[in-house]
Design a protein around this ligand. Structure first.
Ligand code: AMP
Length: 115
């Protein structure tokens, strides 16, 4: 398995604020939050980008979506949150280990996070 920033976090080599973990994924607070609540949900398995996911990853992808809702609810933003997946450098992806951004904690104004 290739090493990424997130595998190092999972191995405890880089400190992070872990909010949730199970056998398939881990949720940590984003170090540079773009919303009052900004959490990254990361599969333990390294899939570099969403488009690299294979048919056999379907159950994992479903688990991530369902867990995102669970984590959002646990953080008190279950009614109003946004999920973002950046796929590729051009879309702003900087860590090539698939992750979901869970963002909330304030209202959305015409689909954008209200400032
Ligand atoms: P992306 O740009 O979609 O690849 O998202 C990568 C995210 O990882 C960014 O939102 C960064 O702020 C976040 N990040 C980078 N380093 C760390 C870290 N050490 N702990 C937590 N989040 C991090």
């Amino acid at each position: 398995m290739s090493e990424t920033l997130f595998t190092k976090i999972m191995a405890g080599e880089i400190p992070s604020d872990i909010l949730y973990e199970d056998e398939h994924c881990i949720a940590i607070r984003d170090i540079n939050p773009q919303a009052p609540v900004h959490v990254l949900l990361i599969p333990r398995q390294v899939i570099p980008r969403l488009v690299d996911a294979q048919l056999e990853d379907q159950a994992l992808l479903g688990h991530l979506l369902q867990t995102a809702g669970k984590v959002a609810t646990q953080l008190g933003i279950g009614d109003t949150f946004r999920l973002v997946v950046n796929n590729g450098e051009g879309a702003g992806q900087t860590v090539f280990h698939l992750h979901l951004h869970i963002m909330g904690g304030q209202g959305f104004d015409e689909g954008r996070l209200a400032r």
